[in-house]
Design a protein around this ligand. Structure first.
Ligand code: HEC
Ligand code: HEC
Ligand code: HEC
Ligand code: HEC
Ligand code: HEC
Ligand code: HEC
Ligand code: HEC
Length: 504
């Protein structure tokens, strides 16, 4: 049986191979190493085609062993896994005491009156929610316990917990915040504690995992739950590449692109940043009509699948935890180094995430020298890449143990997640206080980070869904209303939502 299965794969591989022989031949005549934006519609990379499947990281490991070895230690490599004592970063109570006396973890939510506790029963993790009598502290009046099969989060910042009811996936109401070493309610629960009922959908899961599969019928019914972000989330599906390499069909990648797999460094800067901001930007994701979250593949323009809307405040320094991509693109360094749309990526000119990050290696294992050398590559006398040739701060004062990034990309607590520290990616002249101001100022509206000129219809949907999902501020409805007056053809979008009853 197993053999038949394997044969099937070989035949399928051969067929794909024959089909691609011709174009492969032509690619050998192509001396171009990087692609330009105009290639994007012609499926420059063959694995953008939706017939090419995902194969999983174990396949890649067989030939790219060293990359795999370092990648599994990164936050992305550890972003999602089965719950186990090895995986968990949580601190747990001493188990030999009767459970009511294990006062190590329970946290109390005064709003609901519930206590929460995480504990192991052998190697299985459980989260318990209970109510105890206010007068007689130990009398438990209500209790619910769920087995926790999955931990989400490498623990660089937090571990959150999922439980399942068959194939339906939900979040459990307890999170461990590693930087402070404490348990607390999950982010968002401080406003509305919905207990064990937060449904985990494709949007959430697909930012933290290899490509999951969700049933069409229910948004939190998963047919496939992989175990962590893998290679193919940045390189695209690998089936074709693996088949060709196994047959010994190689490309001299020092001269040519291997068109069977995406190497992000060959993409124009926008498409390259799109790979990272597919996940590193947590705003209001508005899918294009008829599109799904699993439609995006590296090498595509993200705006063809979804747009990411963020609120715009008077004070630009308001930023969210998963906002790296937005903040970075606001830097004068980014804007000054990346101009125009159609240019091919030039590592000696452009400035993207991968000038500083090798995604196969964790930031924890990256010396600050790499980051600081990147700054120096543009900000020193000999460089033509910036007009600013030196730091304005007098040399004697220019001392920080982390170097340039210590002052220009300071660590700070994010606005939306409690108890965590991240680094602001808007590179700028440090504020006098040295700290990011946290007041937002006046709300101005929404903007699509990955599309400077969004379609009015999509913009209206963004305002309406922002109002529904994130913030019931009437300004969002007013903005949608103004757009509707200008674009009456978009009326059906708003009308179908029933949000404008009696407003116009
Ligand atoms: C059977 C061996 C084999 C397997 C399995 C394999 N690769 Fe490769 N890969 C190679 C070889 C050899 C090269 C360099 C020569 C070439 O591209 O033809 C390469 C090149 C690459 C490149 C660089 C392409 C370029 O144009 O710069 C990327 C990216 C890549 N592989 C990713 C992956 C990923 C992701 C997987 C798993 C889905 C994978 N590989 C599985 C053998 C393999
Ligand atoms: C648009 C993509 C996106 C969505 C949607 C999203 N996240 Fe995240 N999340 C991220 C990114 C990126 C980070 C890492 C930010 C960083 O390291 O600064 C993160 C961080 C986290 C962490 C902390 C990981 C660690 O230890 O560093 C947890 C836990 C988490 N998210 C859970 C969730 C849950 C649960 C949902 C859905 C209910 C969700 N996220 C939705 C992108 C997303
Ligand atoms: C978060 C995105 C991301 C993930 C996940 C990722 N890569 Fe890469 N990979 C890149 C980028 C970006 C480059 C280009 C790096 C450069 O040249 O600056 C790259 C380059 C490569 C190359 C080209 C040769 C080289 O050494 O640079 C290979 C091969 C490769 N990756 C294999 C893998 C394998 C195997 C995995 C999984 C174990 C993986 N990648 C996971 C982003 C990623
Ligand atoms: C599929 C979604 C996804 C994509 C695509 C993605 N990331 Fe991530 N990345 C995450 C999440 C989620 C985390 C936090 C994981 C955790 O710690 O649990 C993360 C963590 C990181 C970290 C910090 C963790 C560490 O150990 O270094 C860096 C740096 C990073 N990503 C860079 C990139 C870059 C650069 C790209 C684009 C080439 C990229 N990522 C593409 C989702 C993604
Ligand atoms: C790829 C080149 C490049 C890199 C790398 C780079 N910058 Fe810049 N930087 C620029 C350009 C271009 C400008 C805009 C001014 C100009 O046109 O010369 C700029 C502007 C600045 C400014 C002025 C900001 C403002 O708002 O006016 C500061 C401060 C700065 N950079 C610091 C840094 C630091 C610190 C690093 C490393 C973390 C860094 N840059 C990395 C190219 C770069
Ligand atoms: C101790 C904190 C600190 C460190 C370390 C530091 N800077 Fe600065 N930098 C500043 C401050 C503060 C300013 C703004 C000074 C002003 O506007 O008068 C500044 C300004 C700049 C500017 C804008 C210069 C201009 O002409 O307007 C650049 C570029 C810059 N720094 C780059 C760097 C680089 C590159 C490094 C690392 C080699 C670095 N900085 C290290 C604090 C620091
Ligand atoms: C100028 C260099 C530079 C560039 C460009 C850059 N980063 Fe970073 N990044 C850093 C530094 C420095 C840290 C903090 C490392 C540490 O923990 O000491 C960091 C940390 C991170 C982290 C871990 C969480 C945190 O904030 O500490 C994530 C995630 C991340 N970067 C994502 C990205 C993404 C996505 C991009 C592109 C949109 C990007 N970075 C571009 C320098 C850079």
């Amino acid at each position: 049986m197993k053999h038949e299965f394997r044969n099937f794969h070989i035949w399928r591989g051969l067929l794909l191979f024959v089909g691609l022989c011709l174009s492969l031949f032509f690619s050998f005549c192509n001396t171009q190493e990087t692609i330009v934006s105009s290639d994007k519609d012609s499926l420059y990379f063959w694995n953008l085609h939706d017939t090419v499947d995902y194969v999983g990281m174990q396949e890649c490991q067989t030939c790219h062993y060293e990359i795999h070895q370092t990648f599994v230690h990164t936050g992305m490599g550890q972003s999602f896994d089965r719950a186990s004592p090895e995986k968990s970063k949580g601190k747990f109570p001493i188990m030999h005491l009767p459970w009511k006396e294990r006062r190590g973890t329970p946290i109390y939510d005064p709003k609901t009156g519930f206590h929460y506790q995480a504990f192991w029963r052998n190697d299985s993790l459980f989260i318990r929610q209970y109510e105890s009598d206010a007068q007689q502290r130990n009398l438990v009046t209500f209790m619910r316990e769920e087995y926790i099969p999955y931990i989400i989060g490498s623990g660089q910042h937090t571990n959150s917990h999922f439980w399942t009811d068959g194939s339906y996936v939900y979040q459990a109401p307890l999170t461990f915040y590693t930087q402070k070493g404490i348990w607390d309610l999950p982010p968002g629960y401080e406003e509305q504690n919905i207990g064990f009922n937060r449904k985990i959908d494709m949007e959430c899961m697909s930012c933290h995992n290899a490509m999951p599969k969700v049933a069409k019928s229910a948004k939190n019914f998963f047919e496939k739950v992989p175990l962590g972000i893998d290679c193919e989330r940045c390189h695209g599906p690998g089936e074709l590449h693996v088949n060709l390499k196994k047959q010994g069909i190689l490309v001299d990648t020092s001269k040519y692109a291997d068109r069977s797999i995406v190497n992000p460094k060959r993409l124009p800067y926008r498409l390259q940043v799109d790979i990272c901001q597919r996940c590193h930007l947590q705003g209001n994701n508005v899918l294009k009509e008829g599109k799904h979250f699993d439609d995006f593949r590296p090498g595509m323009a993200l705006k063809d699948v979804f747009e990411i809307y963020m609120p715009k405040y008077e004070n630009e320094d308001y930023f969210v935890m998963a906002g790296h991509a937005d903040r970075f693109q606001k830097s004068a360094c980014f804007i000054g180094s990346n101009k125009g749309d159609a240019e091919a990526y030039n590592p000696n000119l452009n400035f993207t995430c991968i000038n500083c990050h090798n995604p196969h290696v964790s930031v924890k294992a990256t010396n600050n020298e790499r980051f600081n050398n990147t700054c120096m590559g543009c900000h020193q006398a000999e460089s033509k890449r910036s007009a600013l040739h030196d730091c304005k701060l007098p040399k004697a004062k220019r001392i920080h143990k982390a170097g340039c990034v210590g002052c220009h990309m300071p660590g700070s607590s994010a606005e939306d997640i409690p108890h965590v520290m991240v680094h602001d990616h808007k590179i700028q002249r440090p504020k006098a206080t040295g700290d990011i101001e946290s007041h937002k100022g006046k709300l101005l509206g929404l903007y699509a980070v990955n599309n400077p000129a969004p379609d009015a219809k999509d913009e209206i949907r963004a305002y309406l869904s922002y109002f529904e999902k994130f913030d019931p501020n009437p300004l969002y409805l007013q903005k949608a209303g103004t757009l509707l007056h200008k674009h009456p053809d978009a009326y059906t979008v708003a009308h179908s939502r029933g949000l404008f009853k009696g407003q116009f």
